[in-house]
Ligand binder design. Structure first.
Ligand SMILES: Cc1ncc(COP(=O)(O)O)c(C=O)c1O
Length: 420
């Protein structure tokens, strides 16, 4: 992609027209302003149509039968796997495992890698900014194996403290699992610097790509990472499906943790042999139509260009960041805009995030998320129980960023008036 194309503004009106739900008028009469994209993104018509096409046209189980529909579904599923491999720059489609989502992928690694290899004295590094999906599985694996769970120190503004990289990732470190982008602080983490240190000490690097893959280009070979997980539903695809990318040599070390049909080469009464990659990690019937429609979602973002999506979302984030920062008593969590993606979590002095979220929804049709965003340890470390979070996607507009700022300003005034 050339620089001039990247800087060319997107035709957001025509992108919005691709998403049926964005045409919705809410029961109170306002149009929907959907700013909860970090939780799940809306689906373009092409993805919805693909699901219908599969179920109406060639629904069959995958990898099993010899009939016409089965051949069609297998072709489509293979095509979707190739699209994922191309998106991530994987070396082969054998490195792409379809999973039920990010959470499932991380659990597969915690069960099949961490519990297999870790022992007392080994170290496992995560950070306080991790989503519970990239926190609890490792915590439990550490408890089960006697390995030590270590936390990558954060700077006061919510970034990984690279000055402490070599004391954090040490020769005792066996595995490092970090998010590429925080779902609360919005921090974009320096994956390349961490990958280099992980290589130096010979550990395994797991990247949680749930928030990063939908918002910009990714290349699993550069920087060199071992495993990367993401969910289709955050990249405009269906729920119920996600991806575990694994470097082939690492996947060969990984033990399957879900057993049954499709993942075996042979089963005897006294033992079983596993199928080759990727089937070994895809026991049972996968979310076939959903995986195929993930392929369509990937086509969709690639047709726009992930660089251009990132540039558009950066503009929205800068605009909303500047506007929200002007509101008296409002504190944006996380670093300056240069270090963050399209997520703005914040608190407002004297205002409960839930009241703010409800008012924005009821009076202005603005959907944001309130709560701990599955990051309780992070909130606790900030002295908070919850926060409000707005997050952008490709279809959001400047006007919506402004509506957020104006809506929050007015809601805060009215909630403060009510209190006094
Ligand atoms: C950073 C991060 N990791 C993991 C997850 C879990 O994703 P899923 O619920 O799709 O498994 C999320 C979801 O919000 C997330 O933001």
């Amino acid at each position: 992609m050339t620089a001039s194309l990247v800087s060319e503004p997107l035709d957001i009106a025509s992108i919005r027209a691709d998403f049926p739900i964005l045409q919705k008028i809410l029961p109170e009469g306002q149009p929907l302003v959907y700013l909860d994209n970090a939780a799940t993104a809306q689906k373009p018509r092409a993805v919805i149509d693909k699901l219908v096409e599969v179920f109406e046209g060639y629904n069959a189980n995958a990898n099993r039968a010899a009939h016409t529909l089965a051949a069609m579904i297998d072709l489509e599923l293979d095509a979707a796997r190739s699209k994922v491999a191309a998106l991530l720059n994987a070396r082969s489609t054998d490195e792409v495992i379809f999973t039920p989502g990010t959470t499932a992928g991380l659990n597969m690694l915690a069960w099949g890698w961490a519990r297999k290899f870790l022992k007392p004295g080994d170290e496992l590094v995560i950070s306080l900014m991790e989503h519970h999906a990239n926190f609890v599985p490792w915590q439990q694996a550490a408890l089960a194996t006697g390995a030590t769970l270590k936390f990558f120190p954060l700077t006061p503004d919510g970034r990984l403290d690279l000055d402490r990289l070599s004391e954090t990732i040490t020769p005792q470190t066996r595995l490092v699992a970090l998010t590429a982008m925080s779902n609360v602080l919005g921090t974009i983490n320096p994956i390349a610097a961490i990958a280099a240190r992980v290589r130096e000490v010979g550990a395994v690097f797991v990247v949680d790509g749930a928030q990063s893959v939908p918002h910009g280009p990714v290349d699993v070979q550069n920087p060199d990472i071992d495993f990367l997980v993401f969910s289709a539903h955050k990249i405009y695809g269906p729920t119920g499906v996600g991806v575990l990318y694994g470097k082939e040599s690492r996947l060969r070390e990984l033990e399957p943790s879900i057993f049954g049909g499709n993942m075996i080469r042979s089963v005897r009464v006294d033992g079983s042999e596993w199928a080759d990659l990727p089937a070994r990690f895809e026991a049972g019937t996968p979310a076939i139509a959903e995986a195929i429609a993930l392929g369509t979602a990937i086509d969709y973002v690639q047709a726009i260009g992930l660089d251009r999506i990132a540039a558009h979302e950066r503009m929205l984030t800068e605009r909303a960041y500047a506007g929200l920062s002007e509101i008296d008593g409002l504190r944006i969590l996380g670093p300056a805009v240069a270090h963050r993606g399209a997520i703005l979590a914040f608190t407002v002095e004297g205002v409960h995030p839930r009241d703010l979220g409800e008012l924005l929804d009821q009076q202005r049709g603005i959907a944001i998320r309130v709560g701990h965003h599955c990051a309780m340890p992070l909130h606790e470390s900030l002295g908070l129980a919850s926060s409000a979070r707005a997050s952008f996607a490709v279809y959001n507009t400047r006007d919506e960023a402004d509506a957020l700022v104006n809506g929050v300003a007015r809601a805060v005034k009215s909630l403060r008036r009510k209190r006094s």
